[in-house]
Design a protein around this ligand. Structure first.
Ligand SMILES: [Zn+2]
Ligand SMILES: [Zn+2]
Length: 188
């Protein structure tokens, strides 16, 4: 049975690469956070021959338009593969970008959502605010404890929960290929 990656690969291969690309291992990576996908070139040395492969970050599945993002990410990585396969420099070269235009890949890939700060704590001593992504157990304000308690934990400065923030699920955007100057803006 063909997996959906294989089907998607074949479809893109036929449409944009004249079916030239040999099959390649494509796997999900659940820890990949720095980019939506990765291409690993293989080795062409006969003595240590190993095939190239592609990884796609599984966080994409949690984004809106997941299907399109997976498709676009795979297409992007397949361009790296296509260049490598043709023994061309396979980074984000002008040739890469020309092909990307043809394939219709996006200029922006979503980066995984950092869990936004959900809780705001405050120190009863100095009123300083502390943001946290998860509930804090028993923490006291460091500067107050230093100043008034010889650096030891003092319950008088125990942080209390002030606000719990509703979090939105909007993905952040980045520009993985075109520099970061326009980071955050939507592609036009
Ligand atoms: Zn790339
Ligand atoms: Zn304090």
């Amino acid at each position: 049975m063909k997996t959906s990656f294989e089907i998607l690969f074949e479809e893109l291969n036929q449409t944009y690469f004249s079916g030239d690309l040999p099959r390649i291992g494509i796997t999900w990576n659940s820890r990949l956070r720095s980019s939506a996908g990765r291409f690993f070139p293989g080795s062409r040395k006969w003595i240590r021959d190993y095939p190239p492969r592609i990884e796609v970050a599984s966080y994409l599945l949690g984004e809106t338009e997941a299907e399109k993002l997976v498709r676009d990410t795979l297409a992007h990585e397949m361009i790296h593969y296509w260049l490598w396969h043709r023994k061309r420099p396979y980074g984000h070269t002008p040739e890469f970008h020309a092909k990307l235009k043809e394939v219709g890949g996006p200029r922006y890939n979503p980066v995984p959502k950092q869990r936004p700060h959900k809780y705001i704590y405050r120190c009863p001593g100095c009123s300083k605010e502390f943001k946290a992504r998860r509930r804090l157990k028993s923490l006291a304000c460091l500067s107050c404890c230093k100043q008034h308690a010889g650096g030891k934990f003092d319950a008088r400065f125990k942080l209390y929960l002030e606000t719990e923030i509703e979090t939105s699920r909007k993905p952040l955007l980045e520009t993985p290929c075109l520099g970061t100057s326009e980071s955050g803006k939507k592609a036009t």
